[in-house]
Design a protein around this ligand. Structure first.
Ligand code: FES
Ligand code: FES
Length: 216
């Protein structure tokens, strides 16, 4: 019995080394027959870039009042389009999974998580980001939106990372008619996470804007 086991061990070992040998020799053969230029191209990610160039699709979208005619990959999210391609970095990337609300923008007036929205689905739509909320551009002449003023007045942010998403949701919350009590505001703002815990002041800011009756 012991001898039998020994024979099986030997046979397993030789099978394993044959497999390793075959794997290594096929890898070497593949290297030998692949032109060096192709290998360098793969190393530099050129295959990805060539594929991306072939996959470009046209997109026309109004962002903060400016109509953009773009060429994008169909897999690009609205969040990445805004931040990477258009450099509108006011919209923040927190979780990138629809769980924190940092990326909230308005599409045709409705709030959406830009990280869960494919940019291609905004064809012909009006997108508003935090940069488009104030009036008169975003230089020194701009007039802040009433919700932006209320956040400052009520100290509604600490590090400020969640703030653009909170403000976009807060505006939508009032427009949707969901700002009638602190409880209702908390419920309808619950998709926006603030790791600094500025929630009380955010709710106060929303109540202030709602009761002040300013046009949002
Ligand atoms: S980044 Fe979109 S929900 Fe968190
Ligand atoms: S103010 Fe820091 S995450 Fe909200």
């Amino acid at each position: 019995m012991a001898k039998h086991e020994h024979i099986e061990d030997e046979s397993e070992n030789s099978n394993a080394s044959r497999r390793i040998f075959l794997k290594q020799s096929s890898a070497l053969a593949a290297l030998a027959i692949t032109p060096p230029a192709a290998l360098t191209a793969v190393e530099n990610g050129l295959d990805e870039k060539v594929a991306a160039a072939f996959e470009q699709m046209p997109l026309q979208v109004d962002i903060n009042g400016n109509v953009h005619k773009l060429s994008i990959e169909p897999r690009v999210t609205l969040l990445d389009l805004l931040r990477e391609q258009l450099h509108l970095t006011g919209t923040k990337k927190g979780c990138d999974h629809g769980q924190c609300g940092a990326c909230t923008v308005h599409v045709d007036g409705a709030r959406v998580n830009a990280c869960l929205t494919l940019a291609m689905t905004t064809e012909g739509c009006k997108v508003t980001t935090i940069e488009g909320l104030s009036e008169g551009g975003h230089d020194a002449t701009a007039r802040l939106h009433p919700m932006q003023e209320a956040f400052i007045k009520h100290d509604g942010f600490q590090c400020g990372y969640c703030t653009p998403g909170q403000i976009m949701s807060a505006v939508a919350c009032i427009r949707e008619g969901h700002a009638n009590s602190p409880e209702e505001i908390r419920e309808y703002m619950s998709g926006n996470i603030c790791r600094c815990g500025a929630y009380t002041n955010i709710v106060n800011a929303i109540i202030d804007v709602k009761q002040g009756g300013a046009k949002v």
